[in-house]
Design a protein around this ligand. Sequence first.
Ligand code: NDP
Length: 316
Amino acid sequence: SKRTVVITGASSGLGLNAANSLIKNGWHVVCAVRDFAKMEMKATQMNFPKDSFSVYHCDLASQKSVRAFAEALQVDGVNVDVLICNAALYLPSGRARWHPQFTADGFELSMASNHLGHFKLVHELFPLLKASAEAGRKPRCIILGSVTGNTNTVAGQVPPKANLGDLSGLAEGAPLADKSLFDGAKAYKDSKLCNMLTMRELENRYNDSGIIFSSLYPGCIAETGLFRNHTNVFRFLFPLLQKNLTKGYVSEEEAGERLATIAESEDTAESGQYWAWRGGGDDLVENYNTKDRGTPIKNQPSTDVQDDAKAKKLFE
Ligand code: NDP
């Protein structure tokens, strides 16, 4: 039977383009989205064949909604061979940058959507991934990372830097994990750090599960909806800067192919890795002019990401 991939946030940017690549390669894509109508419209625009995808509601900002989504998949008898935790929210400007918003569960909105919703989702879908492993289908669980959450990169050095402190803020429901004054840009970077720590801790705990865990930095996809909350000046200048100065720019289509590679290629079947591409990751300065952009390489995450004690504490 067809292999099935669940993609959160498949209605925009990277998720949509990865869905497109995987559909072309013969996968069935379960689109886990918060907006049905938008997803249907995008699928029509991208010419997704009707039987190549299904749409499910999943609002990652709500733990209840994540659980309901997982239950719906079980009721419908959907197999899951790959789970891609892709959806994210970024609040770097305007009022939302300085005034935290909270979910019904009591968590800060970007941390809730980007990390806690996906953390819950991985747990809820774990039995389905295990079943896929037992059927010999070599399942994968992919969580999107970013250079911005890696303080060993140029982008990760731009203040405010990711810093989870002792995680007490997260435990106590404070706006930020380290209890510092709220900044939406930091909340995003913190959540990406949590995403990468979670992948590593999953690998530490379940390395005998037969599930391949991975994270990646897809390149700077400067034109996606991720920057929708940024100022117009930023949204005009950022792609130009990334194309001409840092050379970190990657198109939505190429980034989608990159993510599809992490989901299906034998070259990326090694669990516990954080993948990146040459000639485009701003952490790989020496490789800026390399032509070979297609092949994923194992990237070295920052010491924060490699902090196994913190990963364990975060998980618990
Ligand atoms: P987009 O904003 O284009 O896509 C994000 C998706 O997440 C959208 O489909 C959005 O839904 C969805 N989403 C947001 N909040 C929720 C929620 N509460 N419940 C369900 N879905 C939600 O951004 P990108 O495609 O750029 O980002 C995709 C991933 O790539 C993210 O994890 C991001 O951190 C990562 N990334 C992106 C980089 C870039 O340069 N763009 C660089 C490094 C990493 P809707 O369509 O309804 O708005």
